[in-house]
Ligand binder design. Sequence first.
Ligand code: FMN
Length: 181
Amino acid sequence: MGFKTKGTIEMNILILQGSPRANGNTAWMAEEYRKAAEAAGHKVTLVNVAHKKIAGCMACEYCHGKGNGACVQKDDMQEIYPLLAEAEGLVLAAPIYYFTLSAQIQAPIQRIYCMNKPGKLKKMALLMSSYSPDVYDGAIGEYRGICDYWGTEDTGIVTAKIDEQKTETIRDRIIELVKKM
Ligand SMILES: Cc1cc2nc3c(=O)[nH]c(=O)nc-3n(C[C@H](O)[C@H](O)[C@H](O)COP(=O)(O)O)c2cc1C
């Protein structure tokens, strides 16, 4: 972490965006987070993991044996690992599919298994979109479980159901969320 002149702490933030819709609501939320975080002086990398080839974990345990922390699967996750290793802040952004986070973001989350925990990670945030209200409990349970497991601070969650998508209200909530990173 570096220190800015105004006294705020600059963080290296990685946003993993898990919607296949390039102009969808999750992409918009992730982009708003990126803009606000950069304006606050953070270094931000935004990756659309839904447009990558990332398979699920094979549970082969190569990483915890001969692999010494490296995953045996040589797919696009290999370009995400160095970003995760340097990330001090991690933002997960995903649509709700069947009451949980989209499969496109579940695969990269579960592939972090080989790292145990991203080494420099201190803080996390969650952005989600859905059609309906009250569909977030499963995803929030997973997210909070991961924060606890890694010992990372949960800076908060912003959700947008259909009538809230791409609104000033959600933009303002995202700006407030960035302040906690
Ligand atoms: C396969 C699939 C499953 C979905 N399941 C749910 C759901 O369980 N609850 C819900 O409210 N919306 C559900 N939706 C709607 C999306 O969550 C919603 O359209 C969201 O805004 C999409 O985000 P995006 O614009 O970033 O792609 C589903 C959509 C798809 C394609």
